[in-house]
Design a protein around this ligand. Structure first.
Ligand SMILES: NC(=O)c1ccc[n+]([C@@H]2O[C@H](COP(=O)([O-])OP(=O)(O)OC[C@H]3O[C@@H](n4cnc5c(N)ncnc54)[C@H](O)[C@@H]3O)[C@@H](O)[C@H]2O)c1
Ligand SMILES: CCCCCCCC=O
Length: 516
């Protein structure tokens, strides 16, 4: 019996005891997860430094801050998210109890990626715990230090049977994928995404695939190019470009290309100094395989900024490539590193065409002062998300579903979306055994008359909230009418001005009510 099978069996057995059902239990585990992050911040930071060369503050900013926010939100909203959700009814079900009851799915497999090894692996876990699931956590073997710390320390805080960490590489992941799960939440590249989905299909297990792709960034020539370039430089070179939502390439008109290059060059210097290699807030490429892949991607393109590298350090300087074309090597795959190609287009029409000829990206970025142009790009393209005049920040908005579309993924999470993604939204309808007569319209023998009634009863939607509001208004109106009558009896000579009723003894003057 494999270790992976044992772990999944243990998680399922524990889940089946029903201990994750009470919200108090989930809250307790979420609080423990929060405590893990605060008490073990040092271990986390050190692991990420060793994996990706990130600084302490950088790790807090990009790995654990968002995680804390997601936990806090789940703690605050859990009772609301988990409560029955009343829905609109039709006339046929008007007297029934009709609602959606979120319920846990069972055992979830979370497969993480290496680029933000904590945020990417533990954020789905927040949703899994909140929704009342067990979860097997498989961190990426590529960020090996983070995986080790997660394996050693997380069980000190969370229930070991319900939330086990399984480390290992491809063979361990494939062994896990043979097991039966109730949901698989995978973050990583599209090629492995297909392997995951194929494996899931054997058990008809639903999947969330958080994938990547080439996210385009269009700069309108009429925008504030200096500000645009600051935000793009930040979004691209943070974590050395190893960010799923980093702007992959720039599209702009030829007339602004050199200004864009100049501004980005200034920002690189301002953010990372003249020598990013020795600057603590500029990290490293994860490993030599990716280093070599990135160096090869540059072949055939003109370096406008940067280009320096050191293989022994897995260092590649923030680099801008100019006059790149759609056929260049760097445009053949997701870059996922600190190379920023610029492709010139004749304007927004060509930019939209260029985007639509390719796979649907995780994000489209547009920098423009023209709201109509932004809305046009929204209307004429498709992507997981669209951001105008900034980069990355949508990841921090828990109220927005985070996820891809088409080749950039399926399903979404963050905040309530994470809870819903890992819940079964169960339809519940509770009817009484009374009023059987109403049902005759749907029983055989069928007739045109019965069909007419069925049309009326089934197609008429009733908004219960509106109905309640109307009932409340009617009650208030009734009450007001009653009070007026009482007053008429008590103060027969009272004066009414506008909606103010004055008892006798009060004289009404223009703009005020005065006592005699
Ligand atoms: N959408 C998002 O939220 C998001 C976040 C981070 C990264 N990404 C994407 O992830 C990609 C980078 O990650 P990666 O793919 O290099 O990560 P990776 O190599 O760490 O792989 C991800 C996971 O898949 C497993 N895996 C790898 N090969 C496998 C195989 N043959 N069979 C079964 N399992 C296998 C690994 O063990 C790992 O746990 C980029 O495309 C990036 O855009 C997306
Ligand atoms: C504030 C930005 C955080 C970015 C996290 C991106 C996750 C995908 O790689």
């Amino acid at each position: 019996m494999s270790r992976e099978l044992l772990v999944v069996q243990r998680a399922r057995k524990s889940f089946q005891t029903g201990k994750t059902k009470p919200l108090e239990y989930r809250i307790h585990q979420l609080k423990n997860l929060r405590r893990f992050i605060s008490e073990r911040q040092g271990d986390i930071t050190e692991a990420v430094r060793r994996d990706l060369g990130k600084s302490e503050n950088g790790t807090q900013l990009f790995e654990t801050l968002g995680l804390e926010g997601e936990i806090n939100l789940a703690l605050e909203k859990l009772s609301e998210w988990a409560a029955p959700r009343m829905v609109e009814k039709n006339l046929l079900t008007i007297s029934d109890e009709v609602y959606v009851q979120p319920e846990p799915l069972g055992v979830v497999l979370i497969i993480g990626a290496w680029n933000y090894p904590w945020a990417i692996t533990l954020q789905p876990l927040v949703g899994a715990i909140a929704a009342g699931n067990a979860a097997v956590i498989k961190p990426s073997e590529v960020s090996s230090h983070s995986a080790k710390v997660m394996e050693e320390l997380l069980p000190l805080y969370l229930d070991k049977d319900l939330y086990p960490v399984v480390t290992g590489g491809v063979s361990e992941t494939q062994e896990l994928l043979k097991q039966r799960f109730d949901h698989i939440f995978y973050t990583g590249g599209s090629a492995v995404g297909k392997i995951v989905m194929a494996a899931a299909s054997c058990h008809l297990t639903p999947v969330t695939l958080e994938l990547g792709g080439k996210s385009p960034c269009y700069i309108d020539k009429n925008c504030d190019i200096r500000v645009a370039c600051r935000r793009i430089t930040w979004g691209k070179f943070v974590n050395c470009g190893q960010t799923c939502i980093a702007p992959d390439f720039i599209l702009c008109e030829p007339s602004v290309q050199s200004q864009v290059v100049e501004e980005i060059q200034k920002c690189i210097k301002e953010f990372y100094t003249d020598n990013p290699e020795t600057f603590e807030d500029y990290g490293r490429i994860i490993n030599q395989r990716h280093f070599k892949r990135l160096m090869a991607l540059m072949e055939g393109s003109t370096v406008a900024v940067g280009g320096a590298s050191d293989e022994s350090q897995c260092y590649i300087a923030p680099t801008v490539l100019k006059d790149v074309t759609g056929d260049s090597k760097v445009m053949k795959e997701e870059i996922f590193g600190p190379l920023l190609p610029i492709i010139t287009v004749s304007g927004v029409d060509e930019a939209i065409r260029f985007i639509n000829e390719r796979e649907k990206p995780l994000v489209i970025y547009v920098f423009s002062q023209d709201n109509k142009l932004i809305k046009r790009v929204i209307a004429e393209t498709s992507s997981g998300a669209l951001l105008a005049n900034d980069c990355l920040v949508h990841f921090t908005v828990s109220a927005l579903p985070f996820g891809g579309v088409g080749n950039s993924g399926m399903g979404c999470y963050h905040g309530r979306y994470g809870f819903d993604q890992l819940s079964h939204l169960r339809s519940c309808l509770i009817k009484q055994l009374k009023m059987e007569g109403v049902n005759s319209m749907r029983y055989p023998p069928h007739s045109a008359k019965k069909l007419g009634w069925a049309r009326f009863f089934m197609l008429k939607q009733v908004n219960v909230c509106r109905l309640r509001r109307m009932a409340l208004l009617a009650t208030m109106a009734g009450l007001a009418a009653f009070l007026v009558q009482v007053k008429e009896v008590k103060y027969p000579n009272s004066v009414q001005r506008g909606d103010c009723v004055c008892p006798p003894g009060m004289k009404v003057e223009a703009g005020s009510t005065k006592e005699d």
